[in-house]
Design a protein around this ligand. Sequence first.
Ligand SMILES: [Ca+2]
Ligand SMILES: [Ca+2]
Ligand SMILES: [Ca+2]
Length: 199
Amino acid sequence: MYKVILHVVIIVVLLMSCELVAWAFTYTEATDAGQSLSTALAVPSGANSIIGALSPVGDIDIYRLTFGTSANLTIRVTYTDTYFDSDTFVFDSAGHPLGNYDASLFTVAITPGTYYLAVSDWNTAATDDSGTTIADDRYNILDTSAVFGGWVMNEDGGALNGGPYFISLSTATVPEPSSILLIVLGASTVAALRIKRRN
Ligand SMILES: [Ca+2]
Ligand SMILES: [Ca+2]
Ligand SMILES: [Ca+2]
């Protein structure tokens, strides 16, 4: 009997302390993702990867992502074209740049809300409405108070590249205090049941 109660308690605690996560799936860029915040493609929450393409060469793709919990979001961009070298940008819901990444693997701390993820070929800078650079791959200039308004492509010259890409999105949830309390309470209950069972 105690064993059954113990199992029920464990299941209830796990359900209460963990958010039910939607089944992970891959979102595909069916129509070209726009290169402005208003024409970004909305990725349904729960997607853990995106398949898309910078096509034709010079294409820039922006995706709108929504998160329900605080987390460390790790983004990995991979591609097949030898010359394609991604630049990736993250903006908050208001268009403030949170990061610009030449590296194809990086982590961003997020809180519940909307974010924009932009993918371009190397050598791309994000600007504000007046054309002033606010996030530049080369020097990692980042004006977090500025608002995204457009792009400058191929600042350094050279050939533009592109092609298919795959973006993986993995979140490590940051537990909220209430969740930690539930886990502690659950563990205490389990311990108490075990002691009672021995007596
Ligand atoms: Ca595209
Ligand atoms: Ca595009
Ligand atoms: Ca790069």
